[in-house]
Design a binder for this molecule. Structure first.
Ligand code: GLN
Length: 488
């Protein structure tokens, strides 16, 4: 058996028994990356020497501990929007080329403390703006299921890395779908937790009221392990919440473990234009959850259609403020100019890519005097209505099931000259970010082109464990999550 084929949970069991070492496990993944990432380009930065050092430390720690930490010695890939001391951080942008942060993001730090081995940094759309990784200044990541297609985005490098068995788990960020949509396109499981559940300290900010730190892995059980190790209050992020997080309990009872759970199906998520195979696979998966005991009920989220315009005002507005710090003075490269102002504009004009520039322009416009009330202010009001839709729905059901994206992975270049078509990829994922609720994506089938199809479950604030249990129950009776791309 190739050790890189082990899921996190499988690797955990073998490490605990002493059948394998973290050194062997890490080496197997590094070798696979070295052999195959030329075709995928999932990693922007790989640090094999450091990974092997961390693995050796984990092996030594295991020998001295009676009850070693559950994640000790397990490899992890980190999306290149989190700072990790000792590694470059580019955010997929030329404006941060060569930047080496002196500190480590809290989520990463917690996972390091739990004993995980950081392999390197994965590709992303520039500043996490995009749905395909095509907006990365360092080149696109290819989907392991079909190299001509995108892996989704913006955490496309992380999703492709998990799908290609480069790593058992990866970190992503999700502002409007960036963990869930690539998880869906690559056939892996991805969790966007509740806003404030995982510290954002050290995650380079995109849309601060929407950004959340998520995990990707091969199964709900794997994702649960990473999630519970990184969640929790952090002094360094004022928006992180003090809600207790314990290990997610995945024990299931009997033939119908979902008895008593109500799952809502909203007609607003089964709209025209959705790929027929996607709708069909999701409906079959919902029936499967029903056969596991869940009760399926119709619900309505009437303001869903406004999520897209609302998000594309709020996210760029917040982005325009957040990206103001990249000015050629504090981070990354600087282009010189006649005067200081010249230096700012030249550096930003040349080093930001097209999509980042578009967002800054859109956001600055939406926030400008005279337009603020009409755009940003109005969007915030509608955001409240979207949030209320969820509150009302969750008074009747425990989770909402829907597709992750309207289609399976599209061809590289398909939306090249049409930003709006790219924005439409996010219709089903944006509402959870606007409402701050958790969302989980996991594979439920394939289309005719043998591309993975994902289903999304959304839940109540701080209800991650419920979503993970539902998906875990589904994964006990199906094996879509074990399917492996054959082309890499
Ligand atoms: N695709 C969305 C955007 O471009 C969401 C990205 C994200 O979640 N980071 O903004």
């Amino acid at each position: 058996m190739n050790l890189s084929d082990l899921s996190l949970t499988q690797a955990q069991a073998l490490l605990q028994k002493g059948d394998i070492s973290s050194h062997e496990l890490t080496l197997a993944h590094l070798e696979r990356i070295t052999a195959l990432d030329g075709a995928l380009h999932a990693f922007l930065h790989l640090d094999g020497a450091s990974a092997l050092k961390q693995a050796a430390a984990a092996d030594a720690r295991r020998k001295t501990q009676d009850h070693p930490l559950p994640l000790l010695g397990i490899p992890l890939a980190v999306k290149d929007v989190f700072v990790v001391a000792g590694m470059p951080c580019t955010c997929g942008s030329k404006i941060l080329e060569g930047y080496r942060p002196p500190f480590t993001a809290t989520a990463v730090k917690k996972l390091q403390e739990a004993g995980m081995v950081i392999l390197g940094k994965t590709n992303t759309d520039e500043f996490a703006m995009g749905s395909s990784t095509e907006n990365s200044a360092y080149g696109v990541t290819h989907n392991p299921w079909d190299l001509e297609r995108v892996p989704g985005g913006s955490s496309g490098g992380s999703a492709a890395a998990v799908a290609a068995h480069f790593t058992p788990a990866a970190l992503g960020s999700d502002t409007g779908g960036s963990v869930r949509q690539p998880a869906s396109f690559c056939g892996v499981t991805g969790l966007k937790p509740t806003y404030g559940r995982v510290s954002r300290y050290g995650l380079v900010a995109y849309g601060s009221s929407l950004d959340s730190v998520g995990a990707l892995g091969r199964s709900a059980a794997d994702v649960a392990a990473v999630f519970s190790a990184m969640a929790g209050r952090d002094e360094l992020d004022a928006t992180s919440q003090d809600v207790p997080v314990s290990a997610v309990d995945l024990r299931l009872n009997g033939e119908r473990p979902l008895n008593g759970i109500r799952i809502g199906v909203a007609k607003e998520y089964f709209i025209d234009g959705i790929q027929a195979e996607v709708e069909q696979a999701v409906r079959v998966a919902i029936r499967q959850l029903e056969s596991l005991g869940a009760e399926i009920r119709p619900v309505s989220l009437p303001h869903t259609e406004y999520a897209l315009p609302v998000y594309y005002l709020i996210a760029p507005a917040e982005a325009s403020a957040n990206l103001a710090r990249f000015d050629g003075v504090r981070y990354g490269p600087r282009l010189t100019g006649q005067a200081m102002w010249d230096m700012f504009t030249r550096t930003r004009g040349v080093k930001f890519g097209e999509e980042a520039t578009r967002r800054v322009m859109l956001g600055t416009y939406a926030l400008s005097a005279g337009y603020y009330d009409a755009f940003y202010g109005q969007a915030q009001k509608v955001r409240t209505l979207i949030k209320r839709d969820f509150e009302q729905a969750f008074a009747e059901v425990d989770a909402i099931a829907c597709p992750v994206a309207p289609t399976t992975a599209f061809k590289i270049g398909a939306h090249g000259d049409d930003p709006l078509a790219m924005y439409l990829e996010d219709v089903f994922t944006l509402p959870a970010n606007l409402a701050g609720v958790p969302g989980l994506a996991f594979p439920v089938g394939f289309d005719k082109a043998r591309l993975p199809i994902g289903m999304q479950l959304m839940g109540r604030h701080f209800g991650e464990a419920d979503l993970l249990r539902l998906a875990h129950a589904y994964q006990q009776v199906t094996d879509w999550h074990w399917m492996q791309p054959g082309r890499v």
